[in-house]
Ligand binder design. Structure first.
Ligand SMILES: [Zn+2]
Length: 358
């Protein structure tokens, strides 16, 4: 007698079953090395796929592979589930048609055009209020009230990177840029310089948009007194839907591109005026660094909110960055403990595939 669990370990397809090159390669990466012929195509050299692995391949290719970023938020064009089995409505490229049939039959799923729930594409009330200069101050006041303070103590080191500094051995090179250069970044504003740093060196490399050709230097910094930081990476516990969620608004704000900087700069200035030394914020590169997918959902519910371990889930995909107000080295609140040259020997990319038509 076979149990249900054993059934789920039975291989149903293999990487050689597929015609689409992207599906083949994904199945090669995620499939199991197992002896014996594939029950579908009889190949003995392909990597075998169980039902769970087929679901993974399908999710990466059709959901992850059709996800489109919006001004705020992101949503997939295609979704699949068991309820749509036998009722797929997507129109793929000719070479994908049979691959899709195989997946649908093996995993008993159907693919369909997904009308995203509107919060996923930025219809989040506090986020809309932040975009309107008239209502922005109310939401910023709420942010200062709801988000916790975190202190950075004198023994907590962090890093700051410089690309081609003029005098790499001069500690002052690692301070915030001079006042007349401030105002180009996410949290600095004209006349208001900010020092960006991180406890993750890889994120520093990303945030600097550094390439293997750049001459890179990194300073190890430590506070000279305990610094008070507003922690915007904290996952708020809220009793509201995604449409009203301040947590979702902040999450989307820091994953948005430069059109959002007016808002983040206003938060920064308000935090300074409230007496904070800086902000901890989620890195724009969090998702690339951790391999997360923006705004993952199950049946349109945000996993960030409804995952059984929502807080751990969100934290696993969030990399905190520091923004310290003013010029902290000059002001004597931060000191340079060490300076190093950083030599990039490998810049890694990981990718997955998606369809071109649907
Ligand atoms: Zn096969």
């Amino acid at each position: 007698m076979t149990t249900k669990i054993e059934d789920e370990e039975v291989p149903l397809l293999c990487s050689d079953c597929f015609v689409d090159e992207g599906l083949k390669i994904d199945a090669m990466h995620s499939g199991l090395e197992q002896d014996g012929p594939c029950p579908n195509c009889k190949s003995t050299s392909g990597r075998k796929l169980t039902k769970a692995l087929i679901n993974g391949v399908a999710w990466r290719f059709f959901v992850g592979g059709t996800t489109i970023r919006c001004k705020y938020g992101a949503a997939p064009v295609i979704q699949f589930n068991e309820h749509r089995y036998g009722r797929s409505d997507i129109s793929p490229s000719p070479w994908l048609k049979n691959d899709i049939k195989l997946i649908e039959e093996a995993a008993k799923i159907g693919f369909f055009h997904y009308g995203p729930r509107l919060w996923m594409v930025g219809e989040v009330e506090p986020l809309k209020d932040l975009q309107d200069p008239a209502t922005r101050p109310n939401i910023i006041e709420l942010i200062l009230k709801e988000y916790p303070e975190r202190s950075l103590s004198q023994d907590e080191a962090f890093y700051r990177m410089r690309v081609c500094p003029e005098r790499p051995d001069d500690p002052a090179e690692y301070d915030s840029p001079p006042i007349h250069l401030a105002g180009k970044g996410r949290l600095d504003a004209p006349g208001f310089p900010v020092m960006y740093g991180s406890q993750d060196i890889d994120v520093c490399v990303h945030e600097c948009r550094a390439t293997a050709e750049d001459d890179l230097y990194v300073a190890t910094l430590k506070p000279l007194r305990t610094l008070r930081l507003l922690d915007l990476t904290h996952v708020l516990k809220e009793d509201v839907t995604e449409f009203e969620s301040l947590d979702m608004a902040i999450h989307m704000l820091f994953l948005a591109r430069s059109h959002s900087y007016d808002i983040s700069r206003s938060i920064s200035i308000a935090a300074r005026d409230a007496g904070f030394d800086g902000i901890i914020y989620p890195s724009f590169f969090s998702l690339i660094r951790t391999g997360g997918h923006p705004f993952e959902t199950t049946y349109g519910l945000s996993l960030r909110r409804y995952h059984p371990e929502a807080e751990e889930y969100a934290k696993a995909f969030t990399i905190p960055n520091f923004a310290l107000f003013g010029r902290p080295i000059e002001a004597g609140s931060v000191r340079v403990e060490c300076m190093n040259r950083l030599v990039l020997t490998q810049v890694g990319y990981r990718a997955h595939f998606g369809p071109v038509t649907y």
